[in-house]
Write a protein that binds this ligand. Structure first.
Ligand SMILES: Cc1ncc(COP(=O)(O)O)c(C=O)c1O
Length: 454
């Protein structure tokens, strides 16, 4: 076990004193100090093992030896910026290109999902010469000023909505305006977006882009109805805008069946811009914007050079290549499909047994379940969800919540998550839900403990 520099208590004291308090910790009332991690397991200062259902960034498993080795050997040899010619960046771009539709063939490497979305915003505006952006309710696209502006999840708590930002209803067939009994929710929700476009245009404004996660995660692990994206892309393009697919959380095979979550919408759908990040470097800061030749051409033609000091450096690209190799070599997409299906089935069995589980949804290793106070009204069971997270932590299983009411328990574990892990999680949830009492929930929680962990 790695040595500690400070004991846990002192680490916490120093963190409170030295680190901005808006940078919140997981399990903030009793944080875990992690010294080491392997695969899907985390180890605290006492060598105690935790099962990690949270770390979607550590996509191929924490500290995967192939990734570590790729980073270390490239670091020993050379790390320059992208103004020198190097094999890694072009090899990596070619590998990514092979996973995307032919049309998406130009790449810009950056360091975070936020940078990727900020650049996507610039590309969209330069290409369309328009300004306005449409996003989905409760969306989160990053922490830069430009992205707080297009993230209702954040701007609702801050200064409010900018005049160039427009919010369309979240196509949530469990809680939204059109639900599972609607004959065509994809068309119905696309029509709501069309109404937003009409309103924007009636004010004389022009749309630059629609930004959406291919599976809205902060929105509560939502699966967009099949056909929604195709229709929306049609409406957005007719209005002069482009479709930006935010794959920062959902890309790189998390859904199992496809490499990119937008591909679940069918072959007739292709975004104009794809942004990616989190899992790309398995923890190394690596992110990217991919787009069409036309969009990239417009960005070039403004005559302003785009330079990013760290983005796409030889070490980052070596890491990215190693991640792609591991996904293939260990068939992690196949694993996500099999283990995800098994976990979903186990959770569906629990849904039949425990009335507090309102809906189980998701695909591959992007799963979640809604906790509700009653199944008819679907009243979010926010405190109960927080309580379950706490109880699972006591069982050394790390999960977190999401959704507008923090009532969705989400699972986005490293892709090496196993059948046994899935069974352990389901068994623990079953036991906790069978044994808990309402009093216990009220006593042990207050609102301070609720934390979003996108
Ligand atoms: C969907 C989505 N887009 C963008 C971002 C921003 O990525 P980063 O934190 O790497 O800047 C996040 C981060 O949580 C995200 O969930």
């Amino acid at each position: 076990m790695a040595a500690e520099l400070h004991n846990k208590e002192n680490t916490l004291v120093m963190r409170k004193r030295l680190i901005g308090q808006s940078c919140r910790l997981f399990f903030s009332h009793d944080p875990i100090k992690i010294l080491k991690a392997r695969g899907q397991y985390l180890y605290d200062e006492n060598g105690m093992e935790y099962l990690d259902c949270i770390s979607n960034v550590h996509h191929v498993g924490h500290c995967h030896p192939d990734v570590t080795e790729a980073a270390a050997s490239q670091m020993e040899l050379l790390n320059t910026n992208t103004r020198f010619l190097h094999d890694n960046i072009v090899t990596y771009a070619a590998r990514l290109s092979a996973t995307l539709p032919d049309k998406i063939c130009v790449f810009y490497f950056v360091n975070s999902g936020s940078e990727a979305n900020d650049l996507a915003l610039r590309l969209a505006r330069q290409y369309t010469q328009n300004e306005d952006i449409i996003v989905l309710e409760h969306a989160y696209h990053g922490h830069l000023t430009s992205l707080i502006d297009i993230s209702p999840y954040k701007f609702k708590k801050l200064g409010g909505q900018k005049e160039w930002v427009h919010v369309a209803p979240l196509p949530d067939t469990y809680r939204g305006m059109y639900r599972e009994d609607h004959p065509n929710p994809a068309q119905a929700y696309a029509d709501t977006l069309k109404s937003v476009i009409d309103q924007v245009q009636s004010k004389g404004r022009k749309i630059a882009a629609f930004f959406a996660e291919s599976l809205p995660s902060v929105g509560g692990q939502i699966i967009l109805p099949h056909g929604y994206c195709t229709k929306v892309a049609e409406y957005i393009r007719a209005a002069g805008g482009v479709y930006v697919a935010d794959e920062v959380q959902t890309g790189f095979g998390r859904v199992g069946s496809h490499f990119w979550a937008f591909q679940m919408q069918g072959e007739d759908f292709c975004p104009d811009i794809v942004t990616m990040g989190k899992p790309m470097g398995n923890g190394h800061p690596l992110a990217c914007v991919a787009t069409t030749e036309d969009v990239a051409g417009a960005f070039t033609s403004n005559g302003v050079e785009y330079f990013n000091t760290f983005g796409g450096n030889p070490v980052s690209c070596a890491v990215g290549l190693a991640v792609l190799d591991v996904i293939e070599k260990e068939d992690l997409r196949g694993n996500a499909t099999r283990v995800g299906r098994h976990l979903k089935e186990l959770l569906e069995q629990l849904q039949k047994k425990h009335s507090i589980i309102g809906e189980v949804r998701g695909v591959g290793l992007f799963l979640g379940f809604e906790m509700v106070k009653d199944k008819t009204e679907r009243t979010p069971a926010t405190l109960e969800a927080a309580h379950l997270v706490q109880k699972l932590k006591d069982e050394r299983i790390c999960v977190s919540t999401d959704g507008p009411w923090e009532s969705v328990i989400k699972f986005k574990p490293p892709m090496c998550f196993s059948m046994e892990d899935a069974e352990r999680v389901a068994k623990a949830i079953d036991q906790i839900l069978t044994e808990w009492s309402k009093d216990e929930i009220q006593q042990s929680f207050n609102e301070d403990h609720l934390i979003n962990t996108s």
